[in-house]
Design a protein around this ligand. Structure first.
Ligand code: AMP
Length: 142
C-alpha cells in the first residue's frame, strides 16, 4: 500500500469514530479522540487521533496536526501524573514500510517503566476491564 492514496473509510479507527466499533475512551473533543490501544505495548498505551479523515502526517491539515500534538502533550502529562512512568515514548508511523498498520493518522503515547520490557507491537489483546481501569486513572488526571 502506498504512503499516499485514498483514505479508506472502512479502516478500524474510522469505524471507532462512527461508533461502529467499541473503544475505551480517554478523551474526546470536536476534533480529537483518544482511546486505549487494545494491544498495549505497556500499561497506559494510548492512541490520539484526529476526527478528520487523513491517512498520515503527509495528508493531514496543519490545524488538525497542531491540535493533535497539543492534545498528545496534554494526555502525556496526564499519563505521567496518573501512572508515574519512568519515561514516555511518542511515536507516529507513516506508511506500511514505516510500521503503520491502521491508515488513519494517530500518535502513540507509550509509557515506559524501568526494568519492564516493551511489549510487541500488536502483541497481546488486553482485557477491556483492565484498559478501562487504566483509562479511568488517566481521565482523573486530565
Ligand atoms: P500503527 O501500527 O501505528 O498503525 O498502530 C495501530 C495501533 O492500533 C496498534 O498499536 C494496534 O494495537 C492498535 N489497534 C488496532 N486495532 C485497535 C482497536 N480496535 N482499538 C484500539 N487499538 C487498536
Amino acid at each position: 500500500m502506498s504512503i499516499t492514496g485514498n483514505y479508506d473509510t472502512d479502516n478500524i479507527f474510522a469505524k471507532i469514530l462512527r461508533g461502529e466499533m467499541p473503544c475505551v475512551k480517554v478523551f474526546e473533543s470536536d476534533h480529537i479522540l483518544a482511546f486505549m490501544d487494545v494491544f498495549p505495548q505497556s500499561e497506559g498505551h494510548t492512541l490520539v487521533i484526529p476526527k478528520s479523515p487523513c491517512r498520515n502526517i503527509l495528508d493531514a491539515g496543519a490545524k488538525d496536526l497542531g491540535r493533535l500534538i497539543g492534545t498528545t502533550q496534554t494526555l502525556a502529562r496526564a499519563i505521567h501524573s496518573a501512572l508515574k512512568p519512568d519515561g514516555i515514548v511518542v511515536t507516529q508511523f507513516n506508511g506500511a514500510p514505516a510500521g503503520q498498520t491502521v491508515f488513519h493518522l494517530h500518535f502513540h503515547i507509550i509509557p515506559r517503566y524501568d526494568g519492564k520490557a516493551l511489549g510487541a507491537h500488536g502483541g497481546h489483546m488486553a482485557d477491556p476491564d483492565d484498559l478501562k481501569a487504566v483509562a479511568d486513572r488517566i481521565i482523573a488526571a486530565l
